[in-house]
Structures are given as C-alpha cells and as structure tokens.
Design a protein around this ligand. Structure first.
Ligand code: ZN
Length: 191
C-alpha cells in the first residue's frame, strides 16, 4: 500500500521500509536523520451544484478519465476546510460560485486510500464556464445525465442517490464504503 519513496525529504539520504518501534505498520524510515515518512489517505472534496431542476457536470480535460463527465471535486489543499475545498474546486473546474447546503455523501475507498466527500450545493445563477481542467461544463436534467460516460463510481453513486432522494422529497446524508469491484471500470470503457 505504501507509495514508493527512495530518498528522505529532510536530509536526502536513502530511506528503507520498516516497522518503527511502537508502531505496527510498514513505514519509510530514514536511518540518517531518524525521520519517519508517514503516508495517509487523501481527501477529495466536491459538490453537486444544483440550478433549478438541473445539476452541473464537468467533462474532464485531464487524466484520469479524460473526456468523461464528473462533479466538480478535487484534492483538499493544506490549510483549508472541507467546505472551502469544495467551493474552490467548483470555482476552478466550472468557474461557478456555489452555496454549500449540507454534506451529502462520504465514501471511503481503502483500496486506493482516498475519502470522497460531496456537498449539496445551490447555484444562485446559471453562470459557469470550463476551467483549465474541464473541456466543457453544462447543466443536465435527470433524463440527460450521461450515465455511461461518468468518470468515477463515487460520482455515479452520488447522482443516483440525489435523484432518488429528490423523487422522495428528502435528502439524507450517506456514509458508505466503496470496494474495488464497484469502482472498476465497466467493459467497453477506456481504463
Ligand atoms: Zn533523513
């Protein structure tokens, strides 16, 4: 599970893999300066931007999943809150100002050490454009959602829950685990 590290970020000497005293997991250890290079999951923050009956999706201009549709989302930066990250990603990828309403879905993907969090969000106006990481940004009615061209299973699951909840008239927060077989790409789609 450890991402490869060859050299210590503090003193540039080679690191080795080992279990530090008092620990029970494999870490990268620098014997030269004593640094232990911990690796922890990454958090991806995003939102479902809603404008009237429609929701906003972005078509990815970057790998992975170039050309596929996604909700605006991305890795949290140091020093920002989850909500700030979600708003920033909406601004960067779709050039849209969103008002976050509530946290809606939270997914743990232990096989790739990622946590995804999506907020429900409101767009005050239909003002948006493709940011640097998007080829195209547009509003979709439920019947127009490109289900076969969604970039990630977390996006598919969030949208599925969203439309089901909207039908029932009640939005409920969900925290779920996502296994490798559920996030695997379906046959016929580019990997
Ligand atoms: Zn070192």
């Amino acid at each position: 599970m450890l991402a490869p590290i060859k050299f210590c970020a503090h003193c540039s000497q080679p690191v080795r893999q080992g279990v530090p005293v008092g620990d029970d997991r494999l870490r990268h250890i620098c014997d030269a300066c004593g640094a232990i290079h911990y690796q922890n999951p990454k958090v991806i923050a995003g939102c479902i931007p809603v404008y009237g009956e429609r929701i906003l999706l972005c078509r990815r201009a970057i790998e992975p999943r170039l050309g596929f549709w996604t909700l605006p989302a991305g890795f949290m930066e140091l020093g920002e809150t989850l909500a700030q990250a979600a708003r920033r990603e909406a601004q960067e990828e779709a050039q849209v100002e969103v008002e976050l309403e509530s946290l809606y879905t939270l997914f743990s993907l232990p096989h790739i050490s990622q946590v995804y969090a999506f907020f429900l969000a409101r767009m005050a106006e239909a003002k948006f454009a493709a940011g640097a990481e998007s080829l195209e940004v547009r509003l979709f009615h439920e019947r127009e959602i490109p289900w076969d061209e969604l970039a990630f299973e977390t996006v598919r699951r969030s949208l599925t829950l969203f439309f089901a909840d909207r039908q029932r008239g009640q939005f409920i927060f969900r925290e779920e685990d996502m296994e490798p077989d559920r996030s695997r790409f379906r046959p016929g789609q580019p990997a």
